[in-house]
Design a protein around this ligand. Structure first.
Ligand SMILES: [Mg+2]
Length: 224
C-alpha cells in the first residue's frame, strides 16, 4: 500500500485559497482578523493552524475549543467555493506514478493535514480523486503519526492489505517521515515542497527523491 501526503507531494503551489479559507472562516465565526503569515504551515494539521491563529488573536483556549468545530466546517465550505482548477499544479511524475500503482492494483490512501472537505476538493480539482480509495484527514486525529496509524488500521480492517503488507508513506516534510517511523512503515521523501533534499536527508527517509518522476514500482518492491 502507498499512502500520500497532498501539499508539496501530489500538488505544488496550489495557491493561497486554502490559507484564505482558514482566515475567512476565523473572521466569520470568531469575528477576529487573523493571518497565517507567521505560521510554518507546511507539515501542520489544519486544526493546529487554526488553533495557532486563534491563540495569536489572544482568544482563550476554552473559547478556541468551543469555536473550532464551527470554524472547521465553515473553512471547508469556503474552500469548496474558492478552490481553483488545480490540474496544472500536479507535481512532476505524480500522474504517471498513480497510473502505474493503480494498474498494479496497489491500494492507495491519503494521509494529509488537510481537513477532509479541503483535501477532497483539491484532489477533485486536480483530477486525482479517483486514484484514492480512502484517507485519514486532519480532523481524524491529533498528529500525522496518528493519521497514518488510522489509515493503516482501516486498510487492514477492511482486508485491503494483509497484516504483513509493505506500506510506504510519501511526503515532502520531516513530519511525513516521522509519521512513517512512528508506525514502522517505510518513508519516501520528495523535495517538491518547501524542505530541501538536504533537510529531508537528515531525517533518514528510506528513499529520497528530487521528485516522483524518479520513483519506479521496482523501488517499492525491492528488498533493501
Ligand atoms: Mg506536505
Amino acid at each position: 500500500m502507498v499512502l500520500f501526503d497532498i501539499d508539496g507531494t501530489l500538488l505544488r503551489r496550489a495557491g493561497p485559497h486554502h490559507r484564505q479559507a482558514l482566515v475567512d472562516a476565523v473572521r466569520l465565526v470568531a469575528g477576529v482578523a487573523t493571518t497565517t503569515d507567521d505560521i510554518p504551515v507546511q507539515g501542520m494539521l489544519d486544526q493546529d493552524i487554526l488553533a495557532w491563529m486563534l491563540k495569536d488573536a489572544r482568544i482563550s483556549a476554552a473559547r478556541v475549543e468551543a469555536m473550532l468545530p464551527g470554524i472547521m466546517a465553515r473553512a471547508q465550505q469556503l474552500y469548496a467555493h474558492q478552490c481553483p482548477d488545480l490540474k496544472r499544479k500536479v507535481a512532476p511524475g505524480v500522474r504517471a506514478l498513480l497510473r502505474k500503482l493503480k494498474r498494479a492494483q496497489i491500494p492507495l490512501g491519503l494521509v494529509t493535514g488537510n481537513f477532509s472537505g479541503i483535501a477532497g476538493r483539491k484532489l477533485a480539482q486536480a483530477g486525482l480523486h479517483h486514484y484514492f480509495q480512502f484517507g485519514a484527514f486532519a480532523e481524524d486525529g491529533p498528529t500525522r503519526g496518528e493519521l497514518a496509524r488510522l489509515a493503516i488500521c482501516r486498510a487492514r480492517g477492511e482486508g485491503w492489505i494483509s497484516w504483513d503488507a509493505r506500506i510506504w508513506l510519501i511526503g515532502d516534510h520531516e513530519n511525513d517521515i516521522r509519521a512513517a517511523r512512528e508506525n514502522g512503515i517505510r518513508a519516501i521523501a520528495v523535495a517538491t515542497g518547501i524542505s530541501t533534499a538536504e533537510q529531508l536527508r537528515s531525517f533518514s527517509p528510506d528513499i529520497l527523491l528530487p521528485d516522483l518522476r524518479a520513483l519506479t514500482l521496482e523501488d517499492l518492491f525491492a528488498e533493501r
